[in-house]
Design a protein around this ligand. Structure first.
Ligand code: UDP
Ligand code: MG
Length: 319
């Protein structure tokens, strides 16, 4: 049984969200207030990571933060991406429990009391798992489901499907995550990596409250590549086996050709089969080279050892 009155850190990545910020804080404050009344929380902080917003988001956040000292702001010098914004938030959070959440109200804050209850029962990680995905295209749902199937099969860590970054993390889980130094931040993998005692609560995912999503197909593809190349080296290794199989098949084929020539004499020269084999092998070699390139570019990114993000301004943190 964990202690009753705990300190909660909420982490919100924010990129051009002027249309939803006011609404988000209304809903969030109400929920946290109730948690406090039920003695689930002693107090809380909301860490807003402004990921280089170009609209009025930052000014709106400053206004809210000036009125409420529990609202803190980390403002990036440019857009670094949601994954890095979350990492910065985790780095700066001081709560006994930490909950990352999207600003667009697609992750319902009303789930937070239930998550804290689960934590108090003794779970260290409480995932918020979606029952459905409203307001998303068929293509996005299908590709997402294929991605989680593939990565589930080839990676050693268990990345939960239908679960975003919205989840409750115990302090010890956050401390474990803070030890992961990689620059390619595939947060779904990174958050799942430490393990610990995990459970889920379920919810229906609503469409975005307002504003629009900043993900397009290309960004999602890059995200999937980060997940696969960051959390498994299987794509590097399968080429040995593909090579063995292809050599075996061509060996057998060569055998039959020799036998045929001995028995029936020289046939018409096989242009079609030759060109097919050449193209096929060429294609396979290019793919395997490309896969090595993906790993090498990630190794390159790691060895440069650049800082993950640059903070332009901090508000509300005691140093
Ligand atoms: N976000 C961010 N940086 C980015 C893109 C998005 O901090 O470069 C934030 C965004 O403000 C929101 C959350 O990440 O709070 C989720 O973004 P979005 O709703 O666009 O993603 P989706 O819900 O479609 O996965
Ligand atoms: Mg969203």
């Amino acid at each position: 049984m964990k202690k009753q009155n705990s300190y909660l850190s909420i982490i919100v990545p924010i990129f051009n969200e002027e249309e939803v910020i006011a609404n988000f804080f209304d809903v969030m404050n109400k929920v946290l207030q109730e948690c406090q009344e039920q003695k689930l929380l002693s107090d809380w902080e909301i860490i807003c990571v402004d990921d280089g917003s170009q609209d009025k988001s930052y000014d709106m956040l400053c206004e809210i933060s000036n009125k409420d000292e529990r609202v803190k702001i980390l403002s990036f010098s440019r857009n670094f991406g949601k994954e890095i914004a979350l990492s910065a938030g985790l780095e700066h959070a001081s709560g006994d429990i930490v909950i990352p959440i999207d600003a667009d109200l697609q992750d319902p804050p009303s789930l937070i009391p239930e998550m804290i209850e689960k934590w108090r029962e003794g779970f260290d990680v409480v995932l918020a798992t979606r029952k459905n995905r409203q307001g998303e295209t068929y293509l996005k749902k299908a590709t997402a489901s294929a991605f989680y199937k593939i990565i589930g099969k080839i990676s050693h860590i268990n990345i939960p499907a239908n679960t975003g970054d919205f989840r409750l993390l115990d302090r010890k889980v956050v401390n474990a995550i803070k030890q992961l130094p990689e620059r390619s931040r595939f947060m779904k993998g990174i958050l799942a990596w430490p393990g610990f005692k995990t459970t889920s609560v379920y919810f229906d995912r609503d469409p975005r409250h307002a504003g629009k999503t900043s993900w397009n197909m290309w960004k999602l593809w890059q995200f999937a590549l980060d997940g696969i190349f960051g959390f498994t080296s299987a794509p590097l290794k399968i080429w040995t086996y593909v090579g063995i199989i292809i050599s075996l098949v061509s060996f057998i084929y060569a055998g039959t050709l020799i036998a045929k020539t001995i028995i029936y004499g020289v046939d018409v020269p096989g242009y079609a089969s030759l060109i097919t084999v050449v193209l096929f092998i060429g294609g396979i070699q290019l793919i395997s080279l490309g896969i090595q390139g993906e790993y090498i570019s990630r190794i390159y990114k790691e060895v440069k050892h650049r800082p993950l993000y640059i903070i332009n301004e901090k508000k509300g943190f005691k140093d």
